[in-house]
Design a protein around this ligand. Structure first.
Ligand SMILES: C[C@](O)(CO)[C@H](O)COP(=O)(O)OP(=O)(O)OC[C@H]1O[C@@H](n2ccc(N)nc2=O)[C@H](O)[C@@H]1O
Ligand SMILES: Nc1ncnc2c1ncn2[C@@H]1O[C@H](COP(=O)(O)OP(=O)(O)OP(=O)(O)O)[C@@H](O)[C@H]1O
Length: 304
């Protein structure tokens, strides 16, 4: 049975500036994305008919999340495969199998990542050789974060997040992710942002201090420059996340921030050993369900 596998990283937002809600319900963003080495894998296997099916495999200790991932046409990987097939005008089917390590509803774009991986895997399985620009255009129809998951690395995100351009970043960064027992809805966090700010929202900007810290590969400066306009809305929905911040700060984190729309909290460490110490402190504190180390930046969705 012919099959191909694509590996795809999770994303974080090193800064996430959110502007006033647009007429289409989305918010303009000024963000810097970074792809981190916490990866899902999507395997696409050829089938005899035109069906596109999906199965999802979670690690045993993450089985509580299994009910949250749809295994029908609502799965973003299936939607991606169908969108690609429609654009290419083919009728081939595929059996998709997702191995999930990215937390579900964790603010790390797990569903978007699977969509990007499914695009890459199905493009190869079906021998389409879709031009990159076309894959990116299909990605943007699937979700605001999906184009970045194709791109990977460290990148600016504009528009509603789908306009991606590379940014200079030197060196490797060492992160720890405090994963919550229960996810948050992205739409709900944006709605809380609207409630907290009313009409009084400026056009978002990327802080120059963050860009210069990245260009210099300076982790302590990066830690001080991290910012997220969705942090207060996420904390107002989950006040207990403040306890995670306290543990990270006690462990001398270089910086601590809610990841995207939360509730995952990302903690920047000096090096791998410091990251391991922070992860141990987080786990021992009982303030999160899991603590996972991952380095960055990583490549976007790619075949393995
Ligand atoms: C929080 C982030 O992960 C930061 O990168 C993204 O903004 C969310 O990206 P995503 O999950 O791919 O989001 P989408 O699937 O496009 O949208 C989900 C919901 O989030 C809200 N949304 C999303 C992106 C955006 N720029 N403004 C929004 O208001 C909308 O309510 C939308 O219905
Ligand atoms: N392959 C998939 N993996 C995870 N969730 C999926 C997938 N396909 C669809 N979903 C649905 O997408 C929703 C968001 O899940 P996801 O894990 O992408 O959230 P998230 O990481 O917080 O997203 P983001 O960071 O992009 O805002 C969930 O309600 C889930 O049911």
């Amino acid at each position: 049975m012919r099959s191909v596998t694509a590996r795809v990283p999770a994303k974080i937002n090193l800064c996430l500036g959110v502007g006033p809600r647009r007429a289409d319900g989305f918010h303009p963003l000024a963000t810097v994305y970074q792809a981190v080495d916490l990866c899902d894998e999507v395997r696409a296997t050829a089938v005899d008919d035109d069906g596109v099916t999906v199965t999802v495999h979670l690690d045993a200790d993450r089985s509580r999340e299994s009910g949250l991932v749809p295994v029908d046409a609502d799965n973003l990987a299936v939607r991606a495969a169908l969108a690609l097939r429609e654009a290419a005008g083919t009728t081939d089917g595929a059996a998709l199998s997702i191995r999930k390590s990215i937390p579900v509803m964790g603010g790390m774009a797990g569903g978007s990542a699977d969509a990007a991986a499914a695009l890459v895997a199905c493009d190869a399985l079906w021998g389409l050789a879709t031009p990159r620009s076309e894959l990116e255009a299909i990605a943007a129809t699937l979700g605001s974060d999906v184009p970045f998951l194709l791109h990977g690395g460290t990148a600016l995100g504009g528009g509603r997040g789908e306009e991606v351009s590379p940014v200079l970043a030197r060196g490797r960064f060492h992160w720890v992710f405090a994963i919550a027992g229960q996810g948050l809805s992205t739409a709900e966090v944006y709605a809380r942002f609207d409630r907290l700010h009313g009409e009084d929202v400026a056009e978002p900007e990327v802080p120059t201090a963050l860009l210069s810290a990245l260009a210099a590969g300076d982790a302590p400066r990066l830690g001080r420059a991290l910012t997220n306009d969705l942090q207060d809305p996420a904390l107002s929905l989950r006040p207990e996340l403040a306890d995670v911040f306290e543990v990270a700060e006690d462990a001398s984190a270089l910086g601590t921030l809610v990841s995207g729309s939360g509730p995952t909290v990302m903690v920047l460490a000096e090096d791998g050993q410091h990251a391991a110490e922070i992860a141990r402190a987080l786990l021992a504190s009982g303030t999160c369900a899991d603590a996972v180390q991952a380095d960055a930046p990583e490549h976007g969705a790619h075949l393995v």
